[in-house]
Write a protein that binds this ligand. Structure first.
Ligand SMILES: C[S@@+](CC[C@H](N)C(=O)[O-])C[C@H]1O[C@@H](n2cnc3c(N)ncnc32)[C@H](O)[C@@H]1O
Length: 286
């Protein structure tokens, strides 16, 4: 895959990895790389600056992913031979729906469904009595996934435009929430996990495949727009993900690591793992 000059390495989101390894080290990022905040804006309050930064981050992420399908069409899919090979995967972990233990009749919500790779895999597993709903905030992704569902005759999957910080699904809707390489991109992870908790029925599970920082990331990396869009800048540590899930109310929280890569950030080596963090919404008291 061609690497643009300002894109010093590709993440899962850039497509072109295999077997759960996503970050390809190709060089050192220049200092002063593109950042979410350009000036200190001394007259603005902290909350106004935070809102501005958040808006800018979302716009950049949307722009990045509105172009992602074109980039994936220009390079061979990472997932050839995997299921379903007709849709590119931009995820951190392959065959997430199978790994998530989705079964016939399940209702599944896919948070950040992209072009629908995991949603279509889930649709094959839940069958005619189950249902899959993909949520994504990039209109181009929703359009592409909806067209694929129609062209391929999937009657048990639909895609809705929406933000994970306010998911357009009712309470107690799903048996399983899956998400593949998305929650690292969000600004308010606490809110996203509490939305997952809300839409799950009691006893339901969240299975989040994500990038996981081995150590807390340097502030400069967290503030870099390009690195955030590529699923690195917003990655939490394993301990932080576990804490966030427990904080949202999940129990039986556990993690499974599938791969790890070392990247160069300025003068530091940064280890990023990919894995699954999962938890259960407590079932009703017997
Ligand atoms: C790395 S891609 C992964 C797509 C898909 N899960 C896959 O594995 O192919 C990240 C996706 O998350 C979506 N996304 C990022 N932040 C989001 C948010 N706050 N709400 C909804 N979708 C979001 C992007 O539009 C993009 O389609």
């Amino acid at each position: 895959m061609a690497v643009q000059p300002s894109h010093q390495f590709e993440a899962c989101c850039g497509i072109g990895s295999s077997g759960g390894f996503h970050l390809r080290k190709v060089g050192k990022l220049p200092s002063g790389a593109d950042s979410f905040v350009s000036s200190c804006c001394s007259e603005k309050s902290k909350s106004a600056r935070d809102a501005e930064r958040d808006f800018s981050k979302r716009s950049q992420i949307r722009r990045y992913y509105s172009q992602a399908l074109k980039r994936s069409a220009a390079s061979p899919s990472c997932c050839a031979g995997d299921t379903p090979s007709f849709v590119p995967s931009l995820g951190c972990v392959f065959s997430l729906s199978k790994k998530a233990g989705i079964k016939e009749g399940d209702v599944v919500a896919d948070f950040g469904s992209g072009a629908g790779h995991d949603a279509f895999e889930a649709a094959g597993l839940v069958g005619d009595y189950g249902k899959v709903v993909g949520i994504d905030f990039t209109p181009e992704m929703i359009e592409a996934a909806t067209n694929t569902a129609r062209e391929r005759g999937y009657g048990n999957v639909e895609f809705r435009l929406g933000d994970l910080e306010g998911v357009p699904l009712p309470d107690n809707f799903a048996d399983v929430v899956i998400s593949n390489c998305v929650i690292n991109l969000t600004s308010d992870k606490k809110k996203v996990f509490s939305e997952a908790f809300r839409v799950l029925r009691p006893g339901g599970r969240i299975v989040d495949a994500d990038e996981i920082a081995a150590k807390e990331l340097p502030r400069s990396l967290q503030n870099d727009a390009d690195m955030w869009c590529k699923c690195v800048g917003g990655a939490l540590t394993e301990r932080q993900y576990v804490k966030a899930l427990r904080g949202a109310g999940f129990v039986d929280v556990k993690t499974t690591i599938y791969g790890s890569q070392t990247i160069q950030w300025r003068d530091r080596e940064i280890v990023i793992k990919s894995g699954i963090i999962e938890g259960v919404k407590p079932p009703p008291e017997a």
